[in-house]
Design a protein around this ligand. Structure first.
Ligand SMILES: Cc1cc2nc3c(=O)[nH]c(=O)nc-3n(C[C@H](O)[C@H](O)[C@H](O)COP(=O)(O)O)c2cc1C
Length: 221
């Protein structure tokens, strides 16, 4: 698989099969992803990879919170700016509408949408869940580095026939993640990453992208 294919075939997969992921494949990906760039080569990311019993335990504890209607932990960082201006707001809602349409969920069906969101905390059925932390002292540059690292991981997963879904949603139940992974207190959870093989019966969605001219400006001679 070349880089273009990896980029084109990566998408947020939200329904995984239970097929186990070979440990060697995960290690190959994570070993290669260490080549991800970072300002000053700080490599500010800290990744915890859960499978088997620890992941089952996380699922059980989180499901109990979700079932109890627990609104989650105080957020440690805003997932989005409080005022999402145009065109970002429209893009966000267009993606959500597209996703629910593909799942056959009418926009008006709030309960079904709620359940679809709750699937985040079941890792969408994935057999592997990774949690990406970084040092609290890090600034925007290192948060960007961490995003690059995660994209590197996601692209390499494609080369192994695997799919993934990055999930900021895990910051909602971050204390439960912390109960399982016991991170040092100077780390902050950025997001989760569910990993596995896509469920063949999952609805295939492809989110739109803005035309090139909306996000790229060439200044030619
Ligand atoms: C940092 C980050 C966090 C994300 N958090 C979530 C999440 O919590 N739940 C979810 O279902 N998707 C999440 N996504 C997936 C995005 O919604 C998705 O990447 C976007 O809509 C574009 O679609 P595509 O990845 O299928 O191309 C996240 C993506 C990124 C990069």
């Amino acid at each position: 698989m070349d880089v273009y294919e990896a980029v084109a075939s990566r998408r947020a997969v939200r329904r995984f099969s239970a097929e186990p992921v070979p440990r060697e494949a995960l290690e190959r990906v994570l070993r290669a992803a260490r080549r991800s760039p970072s300002g000053g080569n700080l490599q500010p990311w800290h990744l915890y990879v859960l499978t088997g019993a620890p992941l089952a335990d996380l699922r059980k504890r989180t499901a109990a919170r979700v079932a109890a209607g627990d609104p989650g932990d105080p957020r440690e960082y805003p997932m989005y700016p409080p005022e999402l201006r145009s065109p970002y707001r429209e893009r966000r809602f267009a993606a959500a509408r597209q996703r629910y349409a593909a799942m056959g969920i009418p926009w008006e069906d709030e309960r079904a949408r709620h359940e679809a969101v709750a699937a985040n905390w079941d890792c969408f059925g994935a057999p592997v869940a990774a949690f990406c932390y970084l040092d609290r002292a890090m600034g925007p540059g290192q948060w960007a580095d961490t995003g690059m690292y995660l994209q590197t991981v996601m692209l390499l997963l494609r080369a192994e026939g695997l799919h993934s879904c990055a999930q900021m949603a895990w910051s909602v139940y971050r204390s439960t993640v912390a109960e399982i992974v016991s991170p040092p207190s100077d780390l902050i959870l950025f997001c989760g990453l569910s990993i596995g093989y896509e469920d063949a019966a999952a609805p295939q969605t492809r989110t739109d992208r803005a035309p090139l001219g909306e996000t790229v400006t060439f200044l030619d001679g």
